[in-house]
Write a protein that binds this ligand. Sequence first.
Ligand code: IPE
Ligand code: IPE
Ligand code: MG
Length: 251
Amino acid sequence: MQSTFPEGLHVAIIMDGNGPWATRRGLPRVAGHRAGVAAVRRLVERAPDLGITRLTLYAFSSDNWSRPTHEVQSIFWLMRAYLRLETKRLRQAGARLQVIGRRDRLPELLLREVAQTELATAEGRRLHLRIAVDYSSRDAITRAAAGVTTVCFEDPPPSTDLVRGMLMQALTADSGEVDLLIRTGGEKRLSDFLLCESAYAELVFTDRMWPDFDVTDLDAALGEFRRRERRFGGVPAAPPPSAASSPGGAQ
Ligand code: IPE
Ligand code: IPE
Ligand code: MG
């Protein structure tokens, strides 16, 4: 189903750096994840005012299962608490929450909370908030590809363009492509997040640890985004005529 959200930016964030944030303060890593949840709360509230209508947050990757069990359990516990405590505020803020990723390996109690929040916020039209849990972009692409394989065996076989279109439709029907992808915590990689959806996203990497990332940082990242020229394979836009003809402009 095509998103019914008004046009606006789709921002995706790899929320990294909770662990180091805590370690630097001599705190257990889980304290960093707790502080990270507070950062989510602050940003979700302000995102629509900044022109963001779709926000996808990377909370737990399918590769994060390799972390110590107690850390994984704490993360899920914090997610559950977040959903339980925030549902009312999300509703009031006009946010529609959706969890993306695999569900078959998540704890039952978390799944129940997810279902309740998704239902309670289903009418939200100001912000489509997607939280990626047990998420792997390569998995998502594989599932989407499996969905289009039947047409591939038709005679005559469909064109590559058609298959590609169907695949992208399956991956982006929900929330469209990503305009701006931000990663906090100092690393500069995608870690299996929204690989197709970010094909033409602008990337912003910041050393700020996720618990410290606030609305000023988000605003700065948006400023950087607006200064960039998105070309989608085209040539740079011609300078406005006034710049070319003004004194000192291009000759
Ligand atoms: C990323 O990890 C966030 C989650 C997996 C929840 P951390 O913020 O703990 O940071 P690193 O990966 O230890 O640097
Ligand atoms: C990506 O961070 C996942 C989340 C932020 C949820 P990781 O910390 O797991 O990624 P790598 O291992 O550093 O690439
Ligand atoms: Mg990391």
